[in-house]
Design a protein around this ligand. Structure first.
Ligand code: XMP
Length: 509
């Protein structure tokens, strides 16, 4: 087991994922986790992530010296490196300029186990302002960056190591080799993390935990809830009662196709609740995005609870919580500002009368997809673009009326169809339409129109945290625009969103 201590880097989760890609289990803890907690995990190695702070600033995140006695190998990356230099008596100072992006690292001395097998110079990803001016006494520098500052040092019998660059980022040549060297040569880890073993083990764990009880779960059509349900049904069979709520905010034909798939292909026991009317009447006249999200979240909870009570007799609630959710709610929430209230199917309050089953809470999204594939969950679900819990409500700007939802549904279906036909669906994170509450003048035939506008939004992203807009071809855009204006009544203008995230978000509300 490798522990990653999080100092606030945007790459912390990536470090943990890369370790797992190398078949070693990894876990993330906040940098200020008590030493006892850290040692109770019996880590074979500890990785200190990067972070936005300056190691020398008063009150900067630090590390307990007891972790640096050389009994457990420690690797500091970026901020982690500066921190090690600082606490072990070296010198850290503000560099002449920030180093950001791809940069050349030159190996200056042999003997660093991390750099074994790497060429004498290689491209590496940097993202820092501070630099190490002097390494601690007894430590050796093995590589330097373009500015001449240390890019790699080690000491304490090779048990404390540091890198200024980010081996976890794909732009670092040989980055995975560096991590491999750390895991297998320095920490002496064994390849023991594999997903098919995980499926068998988790299936028996669920079976043991649930015993003869019954389990309820909410299905959304998305990857997480589906994989959680398929896994659990392996363990408890038809004592898993799935609930699929149609909130009236789904895409064209979505309820029917998802339901068919669940029942026919995946053989899940699904209770279908069409609560469209309830949701839509509560949303009547509501335009404020956060109010929409709140109403939908609360309504979902009520509808779900009512159905679960009607089914009766369930002692367990299954949720598709993933590791990033656990990390975020565990320690990222502190002081972070709420950009949008996210909610997922099954986002239930604290006082629920069920035991909670969260079999996926140690997994990253790509691992959940891999597990889904191992259990024959169809590609149509595993490869689906993310769809927000509040559904089309947050893409139907202004009032969410049945008529406007239908307009949005038709336009969205056309865009999706053309994206699929062009073979682009699997090559982007999301593509969807947004309906604006803005009417503009147009002319169709000889008739003046005064109708609403549709936005095309297509983005590339790794994890939804940042995104860039997709450069769709003019031909494709032209086809989609013509089709929407011709085929969808109520739309006379199509526009393209060319904003990345940040500064925008992916969804419009
Ligand atoms: P934003 O709009 O915040 O979206 O840039 C980032 C990603 O999250 C999806 N999203 C949601 N997913 N419940 C969800 O399950 C939500 O309430 C929600 N809001 C946004 C969004 O589609 C994008 O992929």
């Amino acid at each position: 087991n490798i522990l990653v201590l999080d100092y606030g880097s945007q790459y912390t989760q990536l470090i943990a994922r890369r370790v797992r890609e190398l078949k070693v289990h990894s876990e993330i803890l906040p940098w200020d986790a008590p030493v006892e907690t850290i040692l109770s995990r019996h880590p074979k190695g500890i990785i200190l992530s990067g972070g936005p702070a300056s190691a020398t600033a008063p009150g900067a995140p630090t590390i307990d010296g007891r972790l640096l006695d050389g009994s457990v190998p420690v690797l500091g990356i970026c901020y982690g490196m500066q921190l090690l230099a600082h606490v072990l008596g070296g010198k850290v100072r503000k560099g002449a300029s920030a180093e950001y992006g791809a940069s050349v690292v030159r190996v200056t001395a042999a003997g660093n186990p991390l750099l074994r097998g790497l060429p004498a110079t290689f491209q590496a990803w940097m993202s820092h302002w501070d630099e190490v001016a002097a390494v601690p006494t007894g430590f050796s520098v093995h590589a330097e960056s373009e500015s001449g500052a240390p890019a790699a040092f080690s000491g304490r019998d090779g048990k404390v190591l540091a890198l200024q660059f980010h081996p976890e980022v794909v732009h670092t040549e040989g980055g995975l080799d560096v991590l491999r060297n750390f895991l297998f040569d320095v920490c002496r880890c064994e390849e023991s993390w594999n997903l098919s073993g995980w499926v068998d083990q988790m299936t028996s764990e669920i079976a043991a935990k649930v015993g003869g009880d019954r389990v309820v779960c909410g299905l959304s059509g998305g990857v997480d809830s589906t994989v959680a349900a398929v896994l659990t049904s392996r363990a408890v069979g038809d004592r898993l009662e799935c609930i699929f709520v149609n909130n009236g905010l789904l895409r064209k034909d979505e309820a029917r196709s998802v339901l068919d798939l669940y029942r026919e292909k995946l053989k899940l026991k699904v209770h279908y609740v069409d609560a469209s009317q309830t949701f839509l009447s509560r949303l009547e006249g509501v335009v404020e995005p956060e109010r929409k999200r709140k109403i939908i979240g609360e309504t979902f909870v009520r509808v779900f609870e009512a159905k679960a009570a009607e089914i009766g007799g369930a002692q367990w609630l299954l949720q598709g919580t993933l590791y990033p959710d656990v990390i975020e709610s565990g320690f990222k929430g502190k002081g972070a500002s709420v950009i949008k209230t996210h909610h997922n199917v099954g986002g239930l309050p604290d006082d629920i009368a069920f035991g909670l089953l969260e079999p996926l809470r140690d997994l990253f999204k790509d691992e959940v997809r891999a597990i889904g594939a191992l259990m024959d969950v169809p590609g149509a679900i595993l490869g689906r673009h993310p769809f927000p819990g509040p559904g089309l409500a947050v893409r139907c700007l202004g009032e969410v009326s049945p008529g406007r939802l239908d307009v949005l549904r038709e336009a969205d279906a056309i865009f999706a169809e053309e994206i699929v036909a062009a073979g682009l669906y699997d090559r982007m994170w999301q593509a969807f339409c947004v309906l604006l509450p803005v009417r503009t003048v147009g002319v169709m035939g000889d008739v003046r129109t005064y109708a609403e506008a549709v936005v095309l939004r297509a983005v590339h992203s790794q994890d939804g945290m940042t995104a860039d807009w997709v450069r769709l071809s003019p031909e494709l855009l032209d086809r989609v625009s013509r089709r929407i204006c011709n085929e969808v009544e109520g739309v006379n203008r199509v526009v393209l969103d060319v904003t990345s995230k940040p500064p925008a978000t992916i969804e419009w509300e």
